[in-house]
Write a protein that binds this ligand. Structure first.
Ligand code: HAM
Length: 416
């Protein structure tokens, strides 16, 4: 292994794979723009207490997955493990998390979680994240979900399904948690996995979405959230479901969908794929009505989601690499500078391609032009230089002609 090898769980993303990321970003800007969302770019680095306070001290993300360090002034900082906390902090700082206004933000970029890497699970991964602040309306929940589905349709990923649940609110959930805690206390602890033996005391809701077979089996008789929420939460959720049905969306209800971050209340959702191995969730989100107040802002509600770009990339079609228009081939050292100048004039005319930086034989240059996927090879040898011409070869059919270099841009532009 080289002394300068890549860190485990982070990736270099070359073309054509990186083209998928560009396509996702372009689709996100287009679709979210239609829904009046604005782009917000937040820092990768924040004070650690922002994540502790928002994501929750008992979550896996905060307990064991953050990349945290202490700076030279003794302050604890972390690379962001998700975007929501930073967006809330930015909205509060920027005066955009206020009562009476609805703010909509999208953000995209790298996130960092120290998880065990596997297919679809990285330590540096990328999210596309959306947040809508300032409304309690179930219309906002439904609109977010429809926008997410429109985005996923736009990038053309097949075989996805939507799962939904409601987590209740600060009025009704505490009583449910106590009910669940009491129910769990009456079960045989040995039937729970090691994590859930601890969670049943610290964060009993998380026991609900444990993937361990033993825990799942034990939970079949557990009290259900859906049967224990207040009438206001019930009405909120049924409005969301009704709007989705009226919009022709298929979904399934999942009583155990609690999500791994502590800020959620009411509607939660995930979009899953069965074809990317164990890491099935390509997107997840929900409502987080107490979060802004918890971070020192006004008591305004919010709802949002994030998509995992690595997981979506696994499902996207292989993109074709864009071919270039020209490859300028100097056949003698004297042609290097004219080739350079010609390439510059073609770039300024909006044509893509390159001029070789060294002279070579015709055969070798044509091989390179073909390897670079150029549509036209522009040949500059001693004969062309003395006649002030450039020879142009169509790499598709081999047809050849000569032109004055000053006419090359117009000639090429008319043919691509
Ligand atoms: P999350 O479910 O933790 O939610 O992450 C959202 C998505 O990010 C996941 O569905 C998955 O596709 C992707 N993801 C998470 N961890 C990894 C990983 N280690 N490697 C690759 N992909 C990963 C959140 O982050 C919330 N902040 C979403 C949200 C926004 N809720 C409200 N607003």
């Amino acid at each position: 292994m080289s002394e300068y090898s890549r860190i485990k769980g982070v990736a270099d993303i070359f073309e054509p794979e990186s083209i998928k990321y560009t396509q996702m970003e372009a689709a996100a800007r287009h679709i979210f723009g239609l829904y009046a969302f604005e782009e917000l770019r937040t820092p990768l680095l924040e004070f650690t207490n922002l994540f502790r306070r928002s994501i929750g001290t008992e979550t896996d993300v905060v307990q064991k997955e953050m990349f945290t360090f202490t700076d030279s002034r003794g302050r604890e900082m972390s690379l962001r493990p998700e975007a929501t906390a930073g967006v809330m902090r930015a909205a509060i700082d920027g005066g955009l998390a206020r009562e009476g206004i609805v703010s909509r933000f999208y953000t995209m970029g790298p996130m960092f979680r120290h998880e065990r890497p596997q297919k679809g699970r990285m330590r540096q991964f990328h999210q596309i994240n959306c947040e809508c602040l300032g409304t309690q309306s179930p219309l906002a929940d439904a609109s977010m979900i429809l926008m997410l589905l429109a985005f996923l349709e736009n990038i053309g990923v097949p075989g996805l399904s939507l799962r939904l649940n409601t987590l209740g609110c600060r009025e009704c959930r505490p009583a449910y948690i106590e009910k669940l805690r009491a129910w769990l206390a009456g079960r045989d602890e040995a039937l729970l996995c090691e994590n859930c033996r601890q969670r049943k005391n610290t964060n009993p809701l998380r026991v609900l979405d444990c993937k361990d077979d033993g825990c799942r089996k034990l939970l079949t008789g557990a009290p259900k959230l859906a049967d224990n929420i207040c009438p206001a939460c019930r009405e909120h959720f049924s409005t969301v479901l009704n709007l989705l049905e009226k919009s022709g969306v298929c979904y399934s209800l999942d009583d155990n969908l609690v999500r791994g971050l502590d800020y959620y209340c009411r509607t939660t959702f995930e979009v899953v794929s069965e074809s990317i191995g164990a890491q099935t969730a390509v997107a997840g989100g929900g409502r987080y009505d107490g979060l802004v107040a918890q971070l020192g802002g006004a008591d305004i509600p919010g709802v949002g989601f994030a998509c995992g770009m690595e997981r979506l990339a696994l499902l996207m079609r292989e993109p074709s690499r864009p071919g270039h228009v020209f490859y300028i081939a100097p056949l003698c050292p004297e042609a290097l500078e004219p080739a350079f100048m010609l390439a510059e004039s073609l770039h300024r005319a909006g044509l893509s391609g390159e001029a070789a930086f060294s002279a070579a034989s015709l055969k070798s240059q044509l091989r390179k032009a073909s390897a670079r996927g150029a549509r036209f090879a522009l040949l500059l040898g001693p004969d062309e230089l003395s006649a002030n011409q450039v020879a142009v070869k169509d790499m598709r059919d081999g047809a050849q002609c000569v032109l004055p270099p000053g006419e090359a841009a117009e000639w090429l532009a008319a043919r691509v």
